[in-house]
Write a protein that binds this ligand. Structure first.
Ligand SMILES: [Ca+2]
Ligand SMILES: [Ca+2]
Ligand SMILES: [Ca+2]
Length: 133
């Protein structure tokens, strides 16, 4: 009885990990063509941005930014005009640079293989954080 519940728990955890990674790619890939466009990243980024902009001032301050789980970037690096906040424009400028670096064949899409070339790539994390945040 006990052994079965351990096996069940292990299978459950493993399938959860695989499922979570798949889900994040597919969540961003709204048109389900297996490739991520900058527009798809923008849309997902805006959703995360609005969710964390608790005081609705159109920017993330340091404490709001620190609540983004999985964020890869330093707040100071994203805040290019040094006003103590990161707005969508600053995020987008940085994101476009990272997107273009990873888009090796310049077709304006990122595939799973492109993303794996990112120095920021983490298999368990959403591809959103390879580009944004
Ligand atoms: Ca797509
Ligand atoms: Ca805010
Ligand atoms: Ca700023």
């Amino acid at each position: 009885m006990k052994r079965w519940s351990i096996i069940f728990a292990v299978v459950f955890v493993l399938s959860g990990v695989v499922w979570a990674a798949d889900k994040t790619f597919q969540e961003i890939d709204k048109n389900k063509d297996g490739k991520l466009s900058m527009e798809e990243f923008d849309r997902e980024a805006l959703r995360v941005f609005n969710e964390h902009d608790k005081n609705h001032d159109g920017a993330l301050d340091q404490s709001e930014f620190s609540q983004i789980k999985g964020a890869n970037s330093k707040f100071e690096d994203l805040d290019t005009n040094k006003d103590g906040k990161v707005d969508m424009k600053e995020l987008q400028d940085a994101a476009i640079k990272k997107f273009n670096q990873l888009d090796q064949n310049r077709n304006n899409y990122l595939t799973d293989d492109d993303l794996k070339c990112s120095p920021r790539y983490k298999p368990e994390a959403s591809p959103l954080y390879d580009i944004y945040f």
